[in-house]
Design a protein around this ligand. Structure first.
Ligand SMILES: Nc1ncnc2c1ncn2[C@@H]1O[C@H](COP(=O)(O)OP(=O)(O)OP(=O)(O)O)[C@@H](O)[C@H]1O
Length: 322
């Protein structure tokens, strides 16, 4: 396999609090292959957004990058000076942030905001034709060129944010729950737009979210996060057919089914204090299959080719429900 486009090793992002550090992202490692879409899933508070801000060097106080390496196209992103890193933002590594559509400037026309991103990074504003090309790529009509954000629907604003993210032809796009603030139908349409743009540009992507159903249709591989740790990474088909970690099983068994009524499995949320995680498996306090071995460290290990898991009971529990 060729060099991954993005490689994350041992990334730690902690938030200082008066009672100690919150280990929001704690020693996570993964690769993003060229042209691949990787889904990062986990419930609220599992550290997905924090991991992203570490990769993008957008961690602000009281947070800090406490360790790890992020390599993009062979270049160590953490070691770069702020100035050098700023040049890579947008042009190599673009973010569609959580609630992106609310981050548009209400006093500026849509076209001017897109032009601004390009001008800031290239020194030259794009011409009208280029902006219209970007509109077309994301399915926006020409007439919004003169419009302001408040004149657009939520779905259209989200498309504007996708257009901004791809304006500089980035190598990697990170989409953080780009569609969660929208209703379900709009959500699907926007997700399809994102997929279309990704395929047209051949860009690699990290998609963050908690909707395993949507992930199944959008991504090549899934990384599951729980309380700051990645507990499983697998190709999407294997993740659904043979999940190795009990927490992955819970997430999958919680996907609503049209044909079968089943109870929602996620009821508790993360149960331990994120400043003081348990020794050993991060999921042991909620795991229905916990035993004495779970108090030992659970490094990620290969369950089958391409599928890695942080659970010593994965083989034994294969096929077992949670
Ligand atoms: N400024 C902060 N100070 C202290 N703790 C923080 C801060 N920001 C986030 N955290 C904690 O870090 C952990 C991870 O939060 P994060 O927002 O990264 O999770 P997430 O998986 O992205 O959640 P969501 O899906 O709700 O966005 C949580 O325990 C959260 O409470």
């Amino acid at each position: 396999m060729s060099e991954p486009v993005l490689s994350v090793r041992g990334l730690k992002v902690y938030y200082a609090t008066p009672d100690g550090d919150v280990l929001a992202t704690d020693d996570i490692s993964f690769d993003l292959e060229r042209g691949e879409t990787l889904g990062l899933v986990g419930e609220s508070g599992s550290g997905k957004t924090t991991a992203t801000s570490g990769i993008l060097r957008m961690v602000s106080s009281p947070g800090r990058i406490a360790g790890g390496r992020v390599t993009l196209d062979g270049e160590d992103m953490i070691a770069l000076s702020d100035e050098e890193f700023r040049k890579r933002r947008w042009s190599k590594l673009a973010l569609i942030p959580q609630g992106a559509m609310n981050s548009l400037n209400p006093t500026m026309k849509i076209s001017a905001q897109i032009a601004d991103v390009v001008r800031t990074h290239t020194g030259a504003a794009p011409d009208r034709a280029r902006v219209l090309e970007l509109f077309q790529m994301v399915g926006l009509p020409e007439r919004i060129y003169e419009m302001y954000p408040h004149e657009l629907s939520g779905g259209m604003k989200q498309r504007v944010c996708i257009a901004m993210a791809v304006a500089l032809n980035p190598t990697v796009i990170i989409a953080d729950e780009a569609t969660s603030a929208l209703d379900v139908v709009v959500q699907r349409v926007v997700a399809q737009t994102l997929a279309k743009v990704r395929d047209a540009l051949g860009v690699s992507m990290i998609m963050i979210g908690h909707d395993m159903g949507l992930m199944a249709q959008m991504v090549d591989r899934i990384a599951v996060m729980y309380a700051g740790k990645i507990v499983e990474i697998a190709p999407v088909a294997d993740m659904f057919a043979r999940p190795g970690h009990p927490y992955s099983k819970i997430l999958i068994e919680s996907v609503p089914s049209l044909t079968e009524r089943r109870p929602m499995k996620i009821t508790e949320g993360i149960t331990h204090d994120p400043r003081n995680p348990p020794e050993g498996c991060i999921f042991q306090l909620r795991c229905p299959h916990v035993n004495d071995g779970c108090t030992k460290p659970q490094p990620m290990r290969e369950l089958r080719p391409g599928q890695t898991v942080a659970c010593h009971r994965a083989e034994e529990l294969e096929g077992a429900h949670v």
